[in-house]
Design a protein around this ligand. Structure first.
Ligand code: HEC
Ligand code: HEC
Length: 237
Protein backbone atom coordinates (compact mmCIF):
# COMPACT_ATOMS: atom_id res chain seq x y z
CA UNK A 1 0.00 0.00 0.00
CA UNK A 2 0.98 3.58 -0.59
CA UNK A 3 1.56 5.70 2.46
CA UNK A 4 0.17 8.99 1.27
CA UNK A 5 1.79 11.82 3.13
CA UNK A 6 -0.14 14.48 4.90
CA UNK A 7 0.21 17.87 3.28
CA UNK A 8 3.33 19.55 4.51
CA UNK A 9 5.67 22.29 3.64
CA UNK A 10 9.22 22.65 2.52
CA UNK A 11 11.20 24.45 5.23
CA UNK A 12 13.35 27.32 4.02
CA UNK A 13 15.52 28.19 7.02
CA UNK A 14 19.29 27.59 6.66
CA UNK A 15 19.43 25.06 9.54
CA UNK A 16 16.81 22.79 7.89
CA UNK A 17 18.58 23.07 4.56
CA UNK A 18 21.90 22.06 6.14
CA UNK A 19 20.20 19.14 7.92
CA UNK A 20 18.58 18.19 4.60
CA UNK A 21 21.98 18.12 2.92
CA UNK A 22 23.37 15.82 5.60
CA UNK A 23 20.38 13.47 5.38
CA UNK A 24 20.63 13.53 1.57
CA UNK A 25 24.24 12.39 1.80
CA UNK A 26 23.17 9.43 3.95
CA UNK A 27 20.04 8.37 2.02
CA UNK A 28 20.45 9.55 -1.56
CA UNK A 29 24.04 10.34 -2.60
CA UNK A 30 24.83 6.66 -3.10
CA UNK A 31 22.73 6.74 -6.30
CA UNK A 32 22.31 10.44 -7.10
CA UNK A 33 25.85 11.65 -6.30
CA UNK A 34 25.95 15.38 -5.77
CA UNK A 35 22.70 15.61 -7.73
CA UNK A 36 24.02 15.63 -11.27
CA UNK A 37 26.89 13.17 -11.26
CA UNK A 38 25.30 9.98 -9.95
CA UNK A 39 24.03 7.09 -12.04
CA UNK A 40 20.39 7.76 -11.11
CA UNK A 41 18.14 10.60 -12.27
CA UNK A 42 19.63 14.10 -12.46
CA UNK A 43 18.23 16.21 -9.60
CA UNK A 44 19.88 19.50 -10.60
CA UNK A 45 16.89 20.71 -12.55
CA UNK A 46 14.10 23.18 -11.81
CA UNK A 47 11.63 20.74 -13.46
CA UNK A 48 11.75 17.21 -12.10
CA UNK A 49 9.34 15.17 -14.28
CA UNK A 50 8.28 12.93 -11.38
CA UNK A 51 8.10 15.72 -8.84
CA UNK A 52 6.18 18.67 -10.27
CA UNK A 53 4.86 19.72 -6.85
CA UNK A 54 6.49 19.78 -3.42
CA UNK A 55 4.05 17.13 -2.18
CA UNK A 56 4.97 14.80 -5.05
CA UNK A 57 8.67 15.34 -4.29
CA UNK A 58 8.08 14.48 -0.63
CA UNK A 59 6.10 11.38 -1.61
CA UNK A 60 8.88 10.17 -3.89
CA UNK A 61 11.43 10.64 -1.10
CA UNK A 62 9.26 8.68 1.34
CA UNK A 63 7.76 6.03 -0.95
CA UNK A 64 10.11 5.81 -3.93
CA UNK A 65 8.86 5.39 -7.50
CA UNK A 66 7.03 2.06 -7.81
CA UNK A 67 8.36 -0.09 -10.64
CA UNK A 68 11.70 1.73 -10.76
CA UNK A 69 15.03 1.49 -8.93
CA UNK A 70 14.13 4.55 -6.86
CA UNK A 71 13.49 3.00 -3.41
CA UNK A 72 11.29 4.02 -0.50
CA UNK A 73 13.34 5.52 2.34
CA UNK A 74 12.45 3.24 5.19
CA UNK A 75 12.73 4.77 8.62
CA UNK A 76 12.98 8.34 7.39
CA UNK A 77 10.89 10.71 9.52
CA UNK A 78 8.48 13.10 7.80
CA UNK A 79 10.47 16.03 9.17
CA UNK A 80 13.70 14.74 7.63
CA UNK A 81 11.85 13.96 4.39
CA UNK A 82 10.82 17.60 4.10
CA UNK A 83 14.37 18.76 4.87
CA UNK A 84 15.72 16.53 2.10
CA UNK A 85 13.02 17.95 -0.21
CA UNK A 86 14.26 21.45 0.66
CA UNK A 87 17.80 20.46 -0.23
CA UNK A 88 16.72 18.85 -3.54
CA UNK A 89 14.80 22.01 -4.53
CA UNK A 90 17.88 24.10 -3.69
CA UNK A 91 19.85 21.97 -6.17
CA UNK A 92 17.26 22.78 -8.83
CA UNK A 93 17.63 26.50 -8.20
CA UNK A 94 21.40 26.43 -8.66
CA UNK A 95 22.72 26.92 -12.18
CA UNK A 96 22.58 23.73 -14.26
CA UNK A 97 25.91 21.98 -14.56
CA UNK A 98 27.73 23.22 -17.61
CA UNK A 99 29.06 20.44 -19.77
CA UNK A 100 31.86 20.64 -22.32
CA UNK A 101 31.15 20.09 -26.01
CA UNK A 102 29.20 21.73 -28.79
CA UNK A 103 25.46 20.91 -28.70
CA UNK A 104 24.97 22.05 -32.32
CA UNK A 105 27.53 19.56 -33.59
CA UNK A 106 26.03 17.00 -31.20
CA UNK A 107 22.59 17.55 -32.75
CA UNK A 108 24.05 16.88 -36.20
CA UNK A 109 25.70 13.61 -35.20
CA UNK A 110 22.52 12.60 -33.34
CA UNK A 111 20.59 13.08 -36.57
CA UNK A 112 23.02 10.86 -38.43
CA UNK A 113 23.59 8.09 -35.87
CA UNK A 114 20.68 8.02 -33.44
CA UNK A 115 17.51 9.64 -34.80
CA UNK A 116 16.66 6.49 -36.77
CA UNK A 117 15.65 4.93 -33.44
CA UNK A 118 15.04 7.89 -31.12
CA UNK A 119 12.42 10.62 -31.32
CA UNK A 120 13.24 14.17 -30.15
CA UNK A 121 10.47 16.77 -30.17
CA UNK A 122 8.34 14.79 -32.60
CA UNK A 123 11.07 13.91 -35.15
CA UNK A 124 12.85 10.56 -35.35
CA UNK A 125 12.21 6.83 -35.04
CA UNK A 126 10.29 4.64 -32.64
CA UNK A 127 12.77 1.86 -31.97
CA UNK A 128 14.03 3.46 -28.76
CA UNK A 129 12.70 5.73 -26.03
CA UNK A 130 11.71 9.33 -26.80
CA UNK A 131 14.63 11.52 -25.66
CA UNK A 132 12.90 14.94 -25.72
CA UNK A 133 13.46 15.52 -21.99
CA UNK A 134 16.42 13.21 -21.39
CA UNK A 135 18.64 16.07 -20.11
CA UNK A 136 16.24 16.68 -17.24
CA UNK A 137 16.21 12.98 -16.34
CA UNK A 138 19.80 11.81 -16.67
CA UNK A 139 23.17 13.11 -15.57
CA UNK A 140 25.99 13.58 -18.13
CA UNK A 141 27.82 10.52 -16.76
CA UNK A 142 24.63 8.46 -16.99
CA UNK A 143 24.17 9.56 -20.63
CA UNK A 144 27.70 8.47 -21.39
CA UNK A 145 27.03 5.00 -19.95
CA UNK A 146 23.80 4.75 -21.97
CA UNK A 147 25.75 5.35 -25.19
CA UNK A 148 28.84 3.25 -24.48
CA UNK A 149 27.24 0.39 -22.52
CA UNK A 150 23.51 0.13 -23.36
CA UNK A 151 23.23 -3.18 -21.51
CA UNK A 152 24.46 -1.57 -18.27
CA UNK A 153 21.60 0.91 -17.95
CA UNK A 154 18.45 -0.62 -19.33
CA UNK A 155 15.34 1.50 -19.61
CA UNK A 156 12.28 -0.35 -18.23
CA UNK A 157 9.91 -1.46 -20.97
CA UNK A 158 12.63 -1.88 -23.60
CA UNK A 159 13.93 -5.37 -22.88
CA UNK A 160 14.33 -7.61 -25.89
CA UNK A 161 13.72 -11.29 -26.53
CA UNK A 162 14.40 -13.72 -29.35
CA UNK A 163 11.72 -16.34 -29.82
CA UNK A 164 12.52 -19.56 -31.70
CA UNK A 165 9.37 -21.18 -33.04
CA UNK A 166 8.80 -24.92 -33.25
CA UNK A 167 8.66 -24.56 -37.07
CA UNK A 168 12.27 -23.24 -37.11
CA UNK A 169 11.52 -19.54 -37.69
CA UNK A 170 12.56 -16.84 -35.21
CA UNK A 171 11.01 -13.57 -34.12
CA UNK A 172 13.03 -11.01 -32.19
CA UNK A 173 12.37 -7.52 -30.92
CA UNK A 174 11.10 -5.57 -27.93
CA UNK A 175 9.00 -7.61 -25.52
CA UNK A 176 5.74 -5.69 -25.07
CA UNK A 177 3.94 -8.19 -22.90
CA UNK A 178 4.16 -11.72 -21.59
CA UNK A 179 2.03 -14.09 -19.55
CA UNK A 180 1.87 -17.84 -19.00
CA UNK A 181 0.42 -18.53 -22.46
CA UNK A 182 1.64 -15.83 -24.82
CA UNK A 183 4.44 -13.39 -25.51
CA UNK A 184 4.03 -10.20 -27.52
CA UNK A 185 7.01 -8.96 -29.53
CA UNK A 186 7.43 -5.80 -31.60
CA UNK A 187 10.00 -6.22 -34.36
CA UNK A 188 12.31 -3.39 -35.45
CA UNK A 189 10.06 -2.75 -38.47
CA UNK A 190 7.12 -2.07 -36.13
CA UNK A 191 5.30 -5.35 -36.77
CA UNK A 192 3.70 -6.80 -33.63
CA UNK A 193 3.49 -10.56 -33.06
CA UNK A 194 1.31 -12.12 -30.37
CA UNK A 195 2.89 -15.56 -30.06
CA UNK A 196 1.24 -18.64 -28.62
CA UNK A 197 3.88 -20.07 -26.29
CA UNK A 198 2.86 -23.66 -27.04
CA UNK A 199 4.23 -23.10 -30.57
CA UNK A 200 7.65 -21.93 -29.39
CA UNK A 201 10.80 -23.95 -28.85
CA UNK A 202 12.92 -21.46 -26.94
CA UNK A 203 12.80 -17.86 -25.68
CA UNK A 204 16.22 -16.23 -25.41
CA UNK A 205 16.38 -13.20 -23.13
CA UNK A 206 20.17 -12.98 -22.87
CA UNK A 207 20.63 -10.04 -25.25
CA UNK A 208 19.33 -7.12 -23.23
CA UNK A 209 19.27 -3.86 -25.12
CA UNK A 210 18.56 -3.54 -28.84
CA UNK A 211 20.65 -0.36 -28.84
CA UNK A 212 24.09 -0.96 -30.37
CA UNK A 213 27.11 -0.08 -28.20
CA UNK A 214 29.18 2.84 -29.43
CA UNK A 215 32.24 1.80 -27.38
CA UNK A 216 35.22 2.10 -29.74
CA UNK A 217 32.97 3.29 -32.58
CA UNK A 218 32.77 6.96 -31.67
CA UNK A 219 35.51 9.60 -31.27
CA UNK A 220 35.86 11.28 -27.85
CA UNK A 221 35.08 14.72 -29.30
CA UNK A 222 31.92 13.47 -30.99
CA UNK A 223 30.80 11.74 -27.79
CA UNK A 224 31.33 14.96 -25.81
CA UNK A 225 29.26 16.91 -28.36
CA UNK A 226 26.50 14.29 -28.31
CA UNK A 227 26.32 14.39 -24.50
CA UNK A 228 26.16 18.20 -24.49
CA UNK A 229 23.27 18.00 -26.98
CA UNK A 230 21.37 15.33 -25.01
CA UNK A 231 21.94 17.21 -21.74
CA UNK A 232 20.39 20.32 -23.30
CA UNK A 233 17.13 18.46 -24.06
CA UNK A 234 14.72 19.48 -21.30
CA UNK A 235 11.37 18.86 -22.97
CA UNK A 236 8.65 21.45 -23.34
CA UNK A 237 10.04 22.90 -26.57
C1 HEC B 1 19.18 2.84 -4.97
C2 HEC B 1 19.36 4.05 -5.73
C3 HEC B 1 18.58 5.30 -5.31
C4 HEC B 1 18.52 5.88 -4.07
C5 HEC B 1 19.16 5.44 -2.78
C6 HEC B 1 17.70 7.07 -4.24
N1 HEC B 1 17.29 7.18 -5.54
FE1 HEC B 1 16.16 8.66 -6.34
N2 HEC B 1 16.07 7.69 -8.11
C7 HEC B 1 16.76 6.54 -8.40
C8 HEC B 1 16.47 6.15 -9.77
C9 HEC B 1 17.03 4.95 -10.51
C10 HEC B 1 15.57 7.12 -10.26
C11 HEC B 1 14.93 7.16 -11.66
C12 HEC B 1 13.64 6.41 -11.63
C13 HEC B 1 12.98 6.42 -12.99
O1 HEC B 1 12.73 7.50 -13.52
O2 HEC B 1 12.74 5.34 -13.52
C14 HEC B 1 15.34 8.06 -9.18
C15 HEC B 1 14.49 9.15 -9.29
C16 HEC B 1 14.39 10.15 -8.34
C17 HEC B 1 13.62 11.35 -8.47
C18 HEC B 1 12.75 11.72 -9.65
C19 HEC B 1 13.54 12.64 -10.56
C20 HEC B 1 12.75 13.12 -11.74
O3 HEC B 1 13.34 13.14 -12.83
O4 HEC B 1 11.57 13.45 -11.58
C21 HEC B 1 13.82 12.09 -7.34
C22 HEC B 1 13.23 13.45 -7.03
C23 HEC B 1 14.70 11.34 -6.51
N3 HEC B 1 15.03 10.15 -7.12
C24 HEC B 1 15.16 11.78 -5.28
C25 HEC B 1 15.84 10.96 -4.37
C26 HEC B 1 16.13 11.35 -3.01
C27 HEC B 1 15.85 12.73 -2.43
C28 HEC B 1 16.72 10.27 -2.42
C29 HEC B 1 17.12 10.11 -0.97
C30 HEC B 1 16.04 10.20 -0.02
C31 HEC B 1 16.82 9.21 -3.43
N4 HEC B 1 16.26 9.67 -4.59
C32 HEC B 1 17.40 7.97 -3.23
C33 HEC B 1 17.61 5.84 -7.57
C34 HEC B 1 17.80 6.12 -6.22
C1 HEC C 1 18.84 0.43 -33.15
C2 HEC C 1 18.16 1.48 -32.41
C3 HEC C 1 18.99 2.46 -31.60
C4 HEC C 1 20.02 3.28 -32.00
C5 HEC C 1 20.65 3.39 -33.39
C6 HEC C 1 20.37 4.10 -30.86
N1 HEC C 1 19.60 3.76 -29.79
FE1 HEC C 1 19.67 4.62 -27.94
N2 HEC C 1 18.33 3.25 -27.24
C7 HEC C 1 17.71 2.29 -28.00
C8 HEC C 1 16.89 1.46 -27.14
C9 HEC C 1 16.03 0.27 -27.59
C10 HEC C 1 17.05 1.96 -25.84
C11 HEC C 1 16.38 1.41 -24.56
C12 HEC C 1 17.13 0.20 -24.06
C13 HEC C 1 18.39 0.60 -23.39
O1 HEC C 1 18.30 1.25 -22.32
O2 HEC C 1 19.48 0.31 -23.89
C14 HEC C 1 17.97 3.09 -25.93
C15 HEC C 1 18.36 3.89 -24.86
C16 HEC C 1 19.08 5.07 -24.97
C17 HEC C 1 19.31 6.02 -23.92
C18 HEC C 1 18.81 5.89 -22.48
C19 HEC C 1 17.46 6.53 -22.37
C20 HEC C 1 16.99 6.65 -20.92
O3 HEC C 1 15.78 6.90 -20.73
O4 HEC C 1 17.80 6.51 -20.01
C21 HEC C 1 20.06 7.05 -24.43
C22 HEC C 1 20.55 8.28 -23.71
C23 HEC C 1 20.30 6.73 -25.80
N3 HEC C 1 19.68 5.54 -26.12
C24 HEC C 1 21.04 7.52 -26.67
C25 HEC C 1 21.39 7.13 -27.96
C26 HEC C 1 22.36 7.86 -28.79
C27 HEC C 1 23.06 9.13 -28.38
C28 HEC C 1 22.46 7.17 -29.97
C29 HEC C 1 23.35 7.47 -31.14
C30 HEC C 1 24.76 7.60 -30.87
C31 HEC C 1 21.55 6.02 -29.87
N4 HEC C 1 20.94 6.03 -28.65
C32 HEC C 1 21.35 5.08 -30.88
C33 HEC C 1 17.82 2.13 -29.37
C34 HEC C 1 18.75 2.76 -30.18
Amino acid sequence: MFLWATQGQIPNDPASLAAGKTAYEVHCAFCHGRGDDGFAANLVSPNLPHAPSDNSLFNIIKNGIPGSDMPASLGLSDADGWKIAAFVRSLGRSAPQSVPGDPTKGAASFKGKCAGCHMVNGAGGRNGPDLSDIGAKRSPSNLKTSILEPNASLVPGWSVAKVSMADGTTVSGVKLNEDQFAIMIREGNGKIHNIDKSKTKNIDRSAKSSMPTYQGRIQDAELTDLISYLFSLRGGM
